[in-house]
Design a protein around this ligand. Structure first.
Ligand code: AVJ
Length: 325
């Protein structure tokens, strides 16, 4: 079995540089803000895994049910030819596995490429999948899906780019539109895009998913301060910040924030920065947009895709959308 090809578009010092820039820019802005991607160090990823097991957090279970139950339909909707699959934000590549299994069972899985920011995770998942899919060409891309789509593998068969888990909703509108245009530009006519998106529903259900009774989301949200303490030698006291989550109905968006419960001065030694907080002052720590199928399909058309199929779970919590380039 040949060694999987690894395309490194992001080095560790790139990640450090963007962390420093995000932190400096966000902590010196009014209002203060930090991007959700900063939450996912080892501890944050572990907390997110625990969060997916909370009864209120429906997303992962709902999307897993769709992909498990509809994998053969999705594979059939890709035609009858071999397919090369690239999963953006692959993590452990757990979400896409039912589709990979359906294609492999039909002898149609030509290649699989996990695409993620963490080189170690990409290497680990390639080692794991070499056993599961011995006949498939495996490769990996270590990169940022908002910057490195030009590095997709140039397999001549149908390419399926999958972007699951609802992460698309963490991008603000202009960045979502940019991402869709960049992806369309990176694909050829006939290639496909499989997108997992959280759907608009009862706001009480949505808010509960971001403020679970066990407090795991609150701890996940405060983890961004632990990341700054460890990576930038800051002295945040996460316990002095309250997890706040609100639903912006017109924008169909969940806003997450951390609210200072007392006046504070925080030293961010790694940036040479003193950051003051008035009592009640907030750091905006990310958004999660919820979608209406017709509007999302219109956004796909605007970017040059032709929506061809979609599936939801029994409660229509999550949607999985297939579109053709
Ligand atoms: C994994 C990014 C989709 O936005 O719902 C969960 C992350 N943040 N609870 C989401 C998250 C707070 C999650 N995504």
């Amino acid at each position: 079995m040949p060694q999987p090809e690894l395309r490194i578009c992001l080095a560790d010092d790139d990640l450090d540089a963007s962390l420093r820039l995000d932190a400096r820019r966000g902590l010196t802005s009014r209002p203060k803000h930090l991007p959700m991607r900063l939450h996912y160090d080892g501890r944050g990823s572990g907390l997110f895994g625990k969060l997916t097991e909370q009864p209120e957090y429906y997303q992962t279970r709902s999307e897993r049910a769709i992909l498990r139950d509809r994998a053969r339909e999705i594979a059939a909707a890709l035609g009858a030819e071999p397919v090369s699959v690239i999963e953006l934000g692959a993590g452990r590549a757990e979400k896409i596995r039912p589709v990979l299994d359906a294609l492999a069972a039909a002898g149609r899985l030509d290649a699989f490429w996990p695409f993620d920011v963490a080189e170690g995770e990409v290497r680990d998942v390639l080692a794991e999948l070499a056993t599961a899919y011995p006949d498939a060409h495996l490769g990996g891309i270590v990169g940022d899906f908002t910057r490195h789509l030009a590095h997709l593998p140039d397999h001549r068969d149908t390419r399926l780019v999958a972007f699951l888990g609802g992460t698309f909703g963490n991008l603000p509108g202009p960045e979502r539109a940019r991402f869709l245009l960049d992806l369309r530009e990176a694909l050829r006519p006939g290639d496909r895009f499989l997108l997992g998106a959280d759907l608009v529903k009862d706001p009480r259900v949505i808010l509960a998913a971001y403020n679970d009774a066990a407090g795991v989301t609150a701890e996940f949200n405060r983890n961004v301060l632990h990341v700054l303490n460890h990576r930038l030698d800051a002295d945040f006291e996460p316990g002095n910040f309250e997890h706040v989550v609100t639903w912006d109905a017109p924008a169909a968006t969940v806003d997450m924030r951390l609210r200072a419960m007392k006046p504070m001065e925080v030293d961010v030694a790694g940036l040479g920065l003193e950051v003051r907080f008035a009592v009640g002052e907030e750091i905006h720590t990310g958004i999660s947009v919820k979608f209406r199928p017709a509007e999302l399909e219109e956004d796909l058309r605007t970017a040059g895709f032709a929506p061809s199929a979609s599936w939801t779970d029994a409660r229509a919590n999550m949607g999985v959308f297939l579109a053709e380039a």
